[in-house]
Ligand binder design. Structure first.
Ligand code: MOS
Length: 735
């Protein structure tokens, strides 16, 4: 089904099931421990072998020698896989060839082997017996030092943009801001580590794995191992978090497959937590320079955003300038993206790549500019709203309610109470402040297919390779099918995350909710027609409600329609050139109140509010969960999260959850989430968008701006840890 804009009235608009705050249908499986995560297919494999990854001990260089004889002779060992005996790996679409390194070492903890043994403990013990000698090479590990050598990336669609004459307009602007901000490397640190079980049946490989994008994964496993995609099956029905870290096949999957081939046994491999930070991908650090010029009354006339990040040779840039192309008006503008070669582990997508770190800089710059103008930061943003793409004024936004998010948020949060003068509000030992930031994330749409089946019990089964990474995909897909076929949600069975199912959009870039349900919509539309024809009704007349199909006097229970055999339909939604006609984006306003301990510099977030405009909200309960999770992640980015780089040896030092600090319950205050009433008929037949990434976009800057309002201290290097505040806090009066 090709999606033609705008979407007309359709059965989803009944909103009997869609739009309702229903509990997750997968919840009971997860809370009772019956959801099978990648490492947990105990019934399918009562006696698998275990693989333990050997990871490189240097950041850059070569293996001079690798002695595996002792390991091979260790108790229980079945095989030791290395680059030498595994043969050359193919280059997948996402740099999979380096998932098994040697003799060249490209980054610290790059996998250089796998020990397979009867038990996990035997595999781990034997791995200690592998003796590796390295020739350490010279690597580049410091973004600030590498910055002058950074180049325009060749593999990004649009690294730079320019409209008007920025330099001149900036020079002429009566009010100017020119500041540089830094964001650190960050780790996804999802709860479930990367894990896979591999099983070969002849030349057929099945991988039970934890992966957000089944179809990408299937293709890359095939290319890496040099086998046909028809010989690869990926199964990933439950995923304990991904945040972008599981968009791509990682070493656990490739090594499990190689280990299983060598040992002629099913092999399971999980990355130990201390290996995750350096063996897998991370969000790259950035250096961002922002310049804004305005008139005296606060109209932006010039805005420039330049960003630098690093990655391994051939890698990609963090597109931190993305939102600056769209968020505010201004006739003269430019954005540039530069990429340096760094020999740190691979940088890649993490929840809202581009916008999340980009807004950490832009929305602090906007706060600083408002202060220069002596304007309220909410009003300054509202004044500079644009309803068209500022780089291409012929393209309107399909929907844009940023100003409503800001004004409604200000009202609900009690923004009027904020003292514009920083450092003035005290509550005992706490310096108290409020901050605001705009949230922005693009809305991408991607082809997505599904298969639906009506059986003689009147049950509806949906199959698609879509994944649920903790986001609620199972539930919104069930809601969609229930609405389309006029049945209660209890009558829908949803099967996800299997490459034998039709190819979906997958979970990435917050496109999953809208695109995958639109695919289910398309398949259900086709099924409705097939059912109508079966019972002798005109497809356009048939009404689906109360587990019946009917028109006029003719009423047929769905079970009866399928009495002599299942009725099945498979269809995909395709979006055509939608993105060219309209700029599709989601918007939010984030408000935050913090207290900063006047003596210790400790920041506590006291309350938060997000007002979001993101099209139709398919399930307000699961959408809210997405946003509060993202707000929590935004607190982490503001206050604690940082992969600390050892710049001499080239690795991330704090590689576990003891050293990489994410917020815990006690760090998270009252969070309120409001969704504006919005439907976007340009986005899909569902008229929905995504919120999973929008939720984090802007949060971190709101926290930073609140800290400034509380203390009068502007920290431009994230995270805002107490050591950066302490020297500038006012002297404490001692009793
Ligand atoms: Mo996302 S960072 O595309 O999972």
């Amino acid at each position: 089904m090709k999606f033609d804009t705008p979407a007309g009235t359709n059965p989803i608009d009944n909103l009997k099931v869609v739009g309702q705050p229903l509990d997750r249908i997968d919840g009971p499986h997860k809370t009772t421990g019956t959801a099978t995560y990648a490492y947990e297919w105990h019934d399918a494999f009562p006696s698998p072998a275990y693989g333990y990854v050997i990871a490189a001990g240097i950041g850059k260089g070569r293996i001079a020698s690798m002695d595996i004889e002792d390991a091979k002779a260790a108790p229980g060992v079945l095989a030791v896989v290395t680059a030498k005996n595994a043969g050359r790996l193919g280059k997948g679409d996402f740099n999979t060839a380096r998932l098994l390194g040697g003799p060249e070492i490209q980054h610290y903890h790059q996998a250089i082997g796998l020990v397979v043994a009867e038990t996990f403990e035997q595999a781990r013990a034997a791995a200690q017996r592998v003796r590796v000698q390295y020739d350490r090479g010279r690597g580049a590990f410091d973004l600030a030092l590498a910055k002058p050598s950074a180049k325009r990336p060749t593999n990004e669609a649009k690294p730079d943009s320019a409209v008007g004459d920025f330099e001149r307009a900036f020079e002429e602007a009566p009010v100017q801001l020119d500041e540089t901000y830094t964001t650190p490397d960050q780790s996804h640190m999802m709860m479930e580590p990367h894990a896979s079980i591999a099983h070969w049946d002849g030349d057929q490989l099945t991988l039970w794995t934890s992966n957000q994008m089944i179809n990408w994964g299937r293709g890359d496993v095939a290319k890496t191992l040099g086998i046909g995609r028809e010989n690869v099956r990926l199964i990933s029905p439950y995923i304990g978090g991904g945040f972008g870290g599981k968009l791509f096949v990682r070493s656990d999957a490739v090594l499990a497959a190689l280990g299983a081939r060598a040992a002629r046994r099913p092999v399971k491999v999980a990355l130990p937590r201390p290996m995750m930070a350096n063996n897998t991908t991370h969000r790259p650090a950035t250096i961002q320079r922002i310049r804004i010029g305005t008139t005296r009354d606060g109209k932006i006339t010039a805005i420039a955003h330049e960003s630098w990040s690093g990655d391994l040779p051939g890698g990609g840039a963090e597109m931190a300038v993305q939102q600056t192309r769209f968020l505010y008006a201004g006739a003269n503008r430019k954005t540039t993206t530069r990429l340096a070669v760094l020999d740190l582990p691979e940088g890649n997508a993490m929840r809202a790549p581009g916008e999340a770190p980009g807004l950490m800089a832009l929305e602090v710059a906007m706060d600083e500019m408002a202060e220069k103008l002596q304007m309220d930061p909410v009003e300054f943003r509202i004044l500079n709203d644009t309803q068209v793409d500022p780089e291409d004024p012929q393209r309107p936004f399909s929907q844009r309610q940023l100003n409503t998010c800001l004004s409604e948020g200000a009202e609900r949060f009690g923004w009027k109470q904020r003292n514009a003068q920083p450092g003035q509000v005290r509550d005992g030992r706490w310096l108290v402040g409020m901050g605001v930031a705009a949230g922005f994330r693009n809305n991408l749409t991607t082809k997505s297919a599904a298969r639906v089946r009506l059986d003689r019990q009147g049950m509806v089964t949906v199959e698609t390779d879509m994944t649920d990474i903790g986001t609620g995909s199972y539930t919104i897909i069930a809601q969609t099918a229930a609405e389309m076929l006029g049945v209660p949600i209890e009558r829908v069975v949803v099967k996800l995350g299997d490459s034998s199912f039709p190819v979906s959009a997958g979970s990435g870039g917050q496109w999953g909710a809208n695109s995958s349900t639109a695919g289910v919509f398309a398949a259900c539309d086709k099924l409705r027609r097939a059912i109508a024809e079966k019972v002798g009704l005109a497809p356009d007349d048939a009404v689906f409600a109360d587990v019946q199909v009917r028109f006029g006097d003719r009423i047929v229970p769905l079970a009866e329609a399928a009495a002599d055999g299942d009725i099945v339909a498979e269809e995909a939604i395709e979006f055509g050139d939608l993105a060219k006609k309209f700029q599709q984006s989601t918007f939010a306003a984030h408000f935050c109140e913090v207290g900063v301990d006047v003596a210790t510099g400790e920041t506590r977030v006291r309350r938060m509010l997000a007002v979001c405009a993101a099209g139709r909200i398919l399930n307000p309960k699961s959408a809210r969960s997405q946003v509060i999770g993202a707000m929590t992640m935004g607190i982490g980015a503001a206050l604690s999260e940082e992969l600390v780089v050892d710049k001499r040896l080239g690795f991330f030092v704090n590689h576990d959850l003891a050293g990489y600090e994410v917020p815990v319950h006690a760090d998270v205050p009252h969070q309120e989430v409001v969704f504006l009433d919005e439907v976007d008929p340009m986005s899909s037949p569902m008229k929905a968008k995504g919120v999973g990434e929008l939720g984090i976009c802007g949060v971190t800057a709101a926290v930073a701006n609140a800290i400034y309002n509380a203390t009068g201290i502007r920290v431009r290097e994230y995270p805002i840890t107490l050591d950066k505040l302490l020297p500038k806090l006012p002297p404490v009066q001692r009793a």
